[in-house]
Design a protein around this ligand. Structure first.
Ligand code: 8NA
Ligand code: MG
Ligand code: MG
Ligand code: MG
Length: 307
């Protein structure tokens, strides 16, 4: 693990993209074997990322274009997300998100566009949490990362389960970024601190459920207990667990997340952001990193946002 804040910031964004790109090969499979993971890590050719990283980049650029501390301009952010969706329809988008983006592009306010999806319920997909990691570089403290996460999430995900997932993941990435490099990570203390930043009762109970999973569980057992699907409550807990299981190895954290199957790109990405934030870019596996699409820009943005 590194103590260098710039290496950690680069690791956060590169870890998120690497988990996405590696996991995208297996999206929707019920489980992934070690030899399948070995093959995608070592094969030739570019590792392309998906919607998760497209939107993570949009959020990172949103902060990079503004002076530090200026927060989030929600209508601008909604429009930038929607334009990125329109520009790259082939990136593997969620089923309902196109309705939100289409409404924003035709002039709706973000709040009504988000609220009108899924019959007025709003989305509880994991799309707000999957893209949230840059808030950890823009917010000075974990509670402020949670607040910024919520503000970034609600522009598309009006259902509280979907929006608060971004608060949870954003503050968890901030906490991972600030864990001491030379001290073993205490999973209970980590989950306590996440819960302390997130006043949503549904997410407090999901964090308790995460804590209750035996640390020695296999990926399949963890998926059985926590879920591995495209909903926020069914994926953010598994990403947190994958990181807490392998807090000192981004490669192992991402492999655990992907081996669990289901929404592998997104759960891999969220685990990769957490582990990359703690361990730094220098701790990421060099061979797949060399083949990662957009790695130069991701590293540059991380370093820039680290200040
Ligand atoms: P979203 O808002 O469409 O939510 C994702 C899914 O969650 C929806 O398609 C629904 O199945 C379900 N869902 C969400 N809210 C509700 C609700 N209120 N009622 C019933 N069902 C609901 O999109 P998102 O951006 O949140 O999704 C992110 C996911 O989509 C990520 O996994 C991402 O990788 C992508 N994804 C792509 C593929 C693909 O085919 N390439 C497959 C799965 C997911
Ligand atoms: Mg994706
Ligand atoms: Mg992310
Ligand atoms: Mg996905």
């Amino acid at each position: 693990n590194t103590a260098d804040p710039r290496d950690r910031a680069a690791g956060l964004l590169l870890g998120a993209a690497l988990g996405d790109a590696l996991g995208s090969r297996f999206e929707g499979m019920s489980a992934v074997r070690a030899d399948q993971l070995d093959e995608v890590e070592t094969s030739e050719g570019e590792l392309r990322y998906t919607d998760d990283t497209v939107l993570t980049l949009v959020l990172a650029e949103h902060f990079a274009e503004r002076s530090p501390g200026s927060g989030i301009q929600q209508q601008d952010l909604a429009l930038d997300f929607a334009r990125a969706w329109r520009a790259e329809p082939g990136r593997g988008w969620g089923g309902g998100i196109g309705h939100v983006f289409r409404a924003v592009l035709s002039g709706s306010e973000w709040s009504s566009a988000a609220r009108n999806s899924f019959g007025g319920q709003g989305s509880y997909g994991n799309g707000a949490a999957m893209r949230v990691s840059p808030v950890a570089l823009a917010a000075p403290t974990p509670p402020e990362a949670a607040t910024l996460g919520l503000r970034s999430g609600e522009v598309t995900h009006a259902h509280p389960d979907g929006a608060h997932a971004a608060a949870v993941q954003g503050c968890a990435v901030h906490l991972a970024l600030s864990t001491p490099a030379d001290t073993a990570l205490d999973p209970d203390r980590f989950l306590d601190r996440v819960a302390g930043c997130c006043p949503d009762s549904r997410w407090i109970s999901l964090l308790e459920r995460t804590r209750a999973v035996p640390r020695s569980s296999s990926p399949a057992e963890a998926a059985e207990r926590l879920g591995n699907d495209v909903t926020a409550p069914g994926s953010v807990p598994l990403a947190l667990f994958s990181f807490l299981r392998h807090p000192d190895s981004p490669r192992e954290a991402v492999r655990f997340a992907i081996a669990a199957g289901g929404d592998t790109d997104t759960i891999g990405s969220m685990a990769g952001a957490l582990a990359g934030a703690r361990c730094g870019a220098t701790a990421l596996p060099p061979e797949p990193l060399r083949r990662l699409e957009g790695a130069g820009r991701l590293r540059e943005l991380g370093t820039l946002l680290a200040g």
